[in-house]
Design a protein around this ligand. Structure first.
Ligand code: URA
Length: 233
């Protein structure tokens, strides 16, 4: 890959900044300055550095965001704050998007990535990667209300949901796991069962729980081991 593209793909510098840095001899490849922006490099194996600081090259980026209320799961919006607005500049790169949306009032774990294949894999219902939510309900749910969710409930528009895993945590609090991502699915599932969701938080994706130390509005990069836990069985 070209030297300038390898650096640009990491998102920290604009193309014109990169050209200037390279021409000024401030970019090194395995310790030696390279002044040709088009020089061929292997960013996975060569050490690229700017002003002596090694670029931690990654082909793709995976961020865990703790989404607060009022932020929308879109890449851009004219007026509302989006999940991408919460990514600090040092973690930002072109192509980031939310792999699975939460509605505006729902809080919790949003995975941001620029890896479309991975996103598709974790979102395809056929791969059975469960997304875990904690729902606070208006009414104490009798078992007769939860069983249809476990069996695969029919929504009011006639569409069918795959069976959910449901566990009672408190009087009006339940943990629910689903592997699909229909529009407002959990809220519509409980509405179809005759209840109402008052608060909703996504607490895990696959086998990876939301980091309890990650404050609402903050995001951080996932480790390779954490990434594996999303898809681990
Ligand atoms: N179900 C909902 O109702 N909202 C979400 O954001 C996610 C699942």
């Amino acid at each position: 890959m070209r030297l300038d593209r390898s650096i640009a793909s990491q998102g920290a510098y604009t193309r014109s900044e990169i050209r200037k840095l390279i021409r000024a001899g401030r970019v090194t490849v395995d310790g030696a300055p390279v002044r040709d922006p088009g020089a061929a490099v292997d960013p996975e194996n060569n050490v690229l550095a700017v002003d002596g600081k090694a670029l931690n090259y990654r082909e793709h980026l995976y961020l865990m965001l703790n989404k607060p209320k009022g932020v929308i799961s879109a890449t851009e919006d004219r007026s509302a704050k989006t999940v991408l607005d919460l990514v600090p500049p040092e973690l930002f790169r072109k192509g980031l998007f939310p792999a699975g949306r939460l509605d505006g009032e729902t809080t919790g774990f949003v995975l941001l990535t620029d890896d479309g294949e991975f996103a598709h894999r974790i979102l395809s219902p056929g791969n059975h990667i469960m997304k875990t939510y904690i729902a606070t309900l208006r009414d104490v749910p009798p078992d007769s209300q939860l069983q249809p969710l476990r069996d695969g409930i029919e929504l009011r528009d006639g569409s069918h949901c795959l069976p959910a895993e449901v566990r009672i945590l408190g009087d009006r609090t339940v943990e629910i796991k689903i592997c699909e991502g229909k529009y407002h699915q959990i809220k519509r599932m409980f509405a179809a069962a005759g209840n109402r969701v008052l608060e909703l938080e996504r607490t895990a994706m696959g086998g990876l729980p939301l980091d309890p130390d990650l404050e609402p509005g903050k995001c951080r990069e996932l480790t390779a081991e954490e990434l594996d836990r999303i898809t681990a069985r």
